[in-house]
Design a binder for this molecule. Structure first.
Ligand code: URP
Ligand code: ZN
Ligand code: ZN
Ligand code: ZN
Length: 467
């Protein structure tokens, strides 16, 4: 049997191992791993490179409606191209239920929008914004059985916030259906109070976004969500943790034996609230929630990463254009931070930042990088053992990394739909030079070479972490 693809001479890295071997790919699966594999139609020389499982980014926003006049900068084609360029082979965006609409209908709409447009595989979480009795009683249980095994709920944002009773009701469905619930932990009323007080004092520049949502508000909401999860006895993932306060709540819950998991993101190890200061409106480029904190918080996040408090490192990619009336600089956004859409682009830069700040600077091993960037995402969200590692029978989702390549992150080299990157000028050591998605080379030397439509929209199994 001639293999379709052979990757020779590289150093294979999984969450547990690092060793030199060849990989043979047949169709879209890894068929053989050996000292030396047989002839292949296409031969790839990986000498000097790391051969890693393709990144799985389990927290990205694509083509989600953002309210009147505001548009996300990526559709499924551009988001998945950008992800592939950043060494990813799978993304997990959200299918958002808008209030007053059917959850099932929302999901079908997203799925239809994504089908045929993706360069790499895609699988949806749900966002529940309107937990009616029909949603809780019928739609959600049926959707979980159809492979939508995780959903996100919000404790803030006018259009999304659930009150405590609604949170408990959604948690109860998650428990009964063995789904994983992801929670955005920031307090709605406290943020509103702070926002109005700042506006009354004329403090409306983008920087005050960070002042309006201090860590204590994130900590309170994190603790409240953990308490609700304990009450219902349901596993829970706290997403986009920004600093020590929330991290310590999660660690406390884990030490109590609760199934509480944590996710963090590049912005919380590299940016600070000072970045929101910038001349004129430049600070709007960094407005996201929770906001970046300070250097002590960055150190706390590393503590959480190395101690295993965080299972996943995601981008929370939520791209807007900066210089655009449907983006950061919308008309109202110039009058107050309250109207600056929350979110930053990052699906393409997530892994180079983690590799450089983590592996190249000696904070984590290459194996830990794989765990945080791929394996744990697959296990957490029910894609393991199809994805998330390099082994026989796994999808041939592979990224080749040059650990020594130095790059400067710049907007001009990126593939996202946004018109800026928060990491303009950021220097990294370590760069993905090839991405192979289900056996097909989709990115080579920064160029997208695969066709859109190669990526499939996947259903998922139950999370390994709810067992
Ligand atoms: O500011 C952010 N993070 N926007 C994306 C939506 C969310 O809360 O994850
Ligand atoms: Zn969120
Ligand atoms: Zn998000
Ligand atoms: Zn294909």
């Amino acid at each position: 049997m001639t293999l379709d693809l052979a990757i020779r001479g590289g150093t294979i890295v999984t969450a547990t191992d690092i060793y030199k071997a060849d990989i043979g790919i047949s169709g879209d699966k890894i068929a053989v791993i050996a000292d030396r594999v047989g002839a292949a139609t296409r031969e790839i020389d990986a000498t000097g490179l790391y051969v890693m499982p393709g990144g799985i980014d389990s927290h990205v926003h694509v083509a989600q409606p953002q309210g009147p006049g505001i548009t996300l900068a990526d559709d499924f084609a551009s988001a998945t191209a950008s992800a592939a360029a950043g060494g990813n082979t799978c993304i997990m965006p959200f299918a958002l239920q808008q209030r007053g609409t059917s959850l099932r209908q929302s999901v079908e709409d997203y799925r239809r929008t994504a089908e045929g447009e993706c360069h790499i595989d895609t699988s949806f979480h749900l966002i529940i914004s309107d937990p009616t009795s029909a949603v809780l009683g019928q739609e959600l249980p049926a959707l979980v059985k159809d492979g939508y095994t995780s959903f996100k709920v919000f404790m803030t944002y006018d259009d999304l916030v659930l009150n405590d009773r609604q949170l408990l009701e959604v948690f109860e469905v998650a428990r009964n259906e063995r789904a994983l619930v992801m929670v955005h932990c920031e307090g709605y009323d406290t943020i509103k109070f702070m926002t109005e007080r700042l506006e009354r004092a004329g403090k409306t520049e983008p920087y005050y976004h960070a002042v309006s949502r201090p860590e204590v508000i994130e900590r309170e909401a994190t603790h409240r969500a953990i308490s609700h999860a304990e009450l219902i006895d349901v596993p829970m993932m706290v997403v986009h943790v920004s600093g020590r306060e929330a991290m310590e709540q999660i660690r406390w819950a884990q030490q109590r034996g609760l199934k509480v998991f944590g996710e963090t993101c590049p912005q919380y190890i590299t940016l600070t609230a000072e970045d929101l200061k910038g001349l004129n409106m430049e600070g709007a480029k960094y407005v996201c929630s929770p906001p970046p904190r300070d250097t002590a918080s960055q150190a706390a996040i590393w503590e959480g990463i190395t101690q295993g408090v965080f299972q996943t490192f995601s981008s929370d990619h939520c791209p807007f254009r900066y210089d655009a009336t449907d983006g950061k600089l919308n008309e109202k956004g110039r009058t107050s931070f309250r109207w600056v859409p929350n979110g930053i682009p990052g699906v393409e830069t997530r892994l180079p930042i983690l590799f450089s700040e983590g592996v190249s600077k000696g904070r984590i091993t290459p194996q830990k990088f794989v765990e945080l960037s791929s394996t744990n995402h697959a296990k957490m969200y029910g894609l393991y053992p199809r994805k998330g590692s390099i082994g026989i029978g796994f999808d041939a989702d592979i990224a080749l990394w040059d650990p020594n390549r130095q790059e400067t992150i710049r907007q001009e080299i990126l593939h996202h739909g946004s018109d800026y990157t928060p990491w303009e000028g950021f220097q990294v050591t370590g760069w993905p030079v090839m991405t192979i998605a289900r056996g097909t080379v989709v990115m080579e030397d920064g160029e997208i070479v695969g066709a859109k439509g190669h990526g499939q929209v996947l259903s998922r199994q139950e999370s390994d972490y709810v067992r």
